[in-house]
Design a protein around this ligand. Sequence first.
Ligand code: ATP
Ligand code: ZN
Ligand code: MG
Length: 301
Amino acid sequence: MVYDIDTFYQGLVEHGLILPTGIRGGYGRGAVFEKILRGFNELVSRTAADDGAEELMFPPIVARQLIEKVGYMNSFPQLAGSVHSFFGNESQAREITARTQAGERWEDLLDITEVMLTPAACYPVYPIFSGLLPQGGRLVTVLNWVYRHEPSDEPTRLQSFRMREFIRVASNEDVVQWRNDWLQRSLDLLRGLGLDASSDVASDPFFGRAGKMMAANQVDQKLKFEILVPVISQEKPTAICSFNWHQDHFSGKFGIRNADDTLASTACLGFGLERVTLALIKTHGFDPSQWPEAVRQQLAL
Ligand code: ATP
Ligand code: ZN
Ligand code: MG
């Protein structure tokens, strides 16, 4: 297998799988790309069917207060997407028109709104767990568009992409067991699609010097795992699925308690749906009609 980012990108464009928009990490997706992505998402749903996860749906925005409360601006300010809008009067509106037409900067005429772009699909879920959980905790699944300010020409690093997540809230023991089970289950699922998948401990890109300590701690305590597949490089495989155990980070902030009134624990797992799609394309080729029959069948292609 040859790994060359430009050739891969060009192939994706030439086969109509992605559509350049001029935004780095913001290309459009063609019909075939979407069919693969949807097929995989539905395969995940079938795999998890017996778990009885509650399926919830949120818009791709979250309350700014929630972002502030969970400390996202301390940990990942470099990735945040804040929504600003215009609150001014007639003459300030004319000023915006003049400046945009003159090609000048105009953002000082805007103000911050009450919302931000969702940075991970699970964020809106934690506040709804507040209070006393039922016996055995809860399990929720969501699919959402998320935003990360990490513009890149590399086709697997997008600014806006979809995450299919499962979020488990229960006792420490149950949560860790659930995470371990899903790690194996996800590896089996991805390998069953012909992907060269392996797992490893990982860390989040916490900002700054203090962030380096947090990342080291995350690795030491094995709080984050990733499933990796070579997509744009053999030596640096791409994370297509992540598992995060937050311990009591969210439960503490939102007052989430187990049925026995102890502080709950949370964990989530997220499939990066565009990355899974790209990993399948890299592995099996640009034309899904030529993919192995067993893979086509599982993805309903
Ligand atoms: P990376 O280390 O590659 O930046 P991450 O650790 O930031 O990934 P998570 O925050 O755990 O990833 O996000 C969950 C999943 O979302 C990842 O496993 C990956 O599949 C996907 N993902 C993360 N960032 C991007 C991105 N910029 N573009 C596309 N998919 C992404
Ligand atoms: Zn999550
Ligand atoms: Mg990242």
